[in-house]
Write a protein that binds this ligand. Sequence first.
Ligand code: AMP
Ligand code: ZN
Length: 111
Amino acid sequence: MNEKKDCIFCQIISRKLPAEIVFESEKIIAFKDINPSAPVHILVVPKKHIKNLSEVKEEDKEILGEIQLVLSNLAKKFKIEDAFKVSVNNGKEADQVIFHLHYHLMGKFKS
Ligand code: AMP
Ligand code: ZN
């Protein structure tokens, strides 16, 4: 893909950095958030380095579609399909810290 050398998520995708990977396909990877905000907190990430949702292009339509499906499937896999949240922080002022597009999948708020 278009790996960016100083990008943490690109380094996870190329296995230069470790992560607890829970799903992988040709275009998408998903791994557990290192600092979870909920008992289930997974990041769903396109392997293509896209900065954020503001930077997606027409050609990324397939990736964006697959992400929705992966979110739904992972919610089932982690048994949170009845109640989960999906969020994207887009831009520094919206708390985006890692500038490689990622979707937070969070669930199991009460245990
Ligand atoms: P954001 O604020 O939307 O950019 O979120 C970045 C998320 O990435 C945070 O929830 C971090 O806890 C998470 N994170 C940072 N480094 C790692 C890592 N090496 N492995 C897994 N998650 C990470
Ligand atoms: Zn990247």
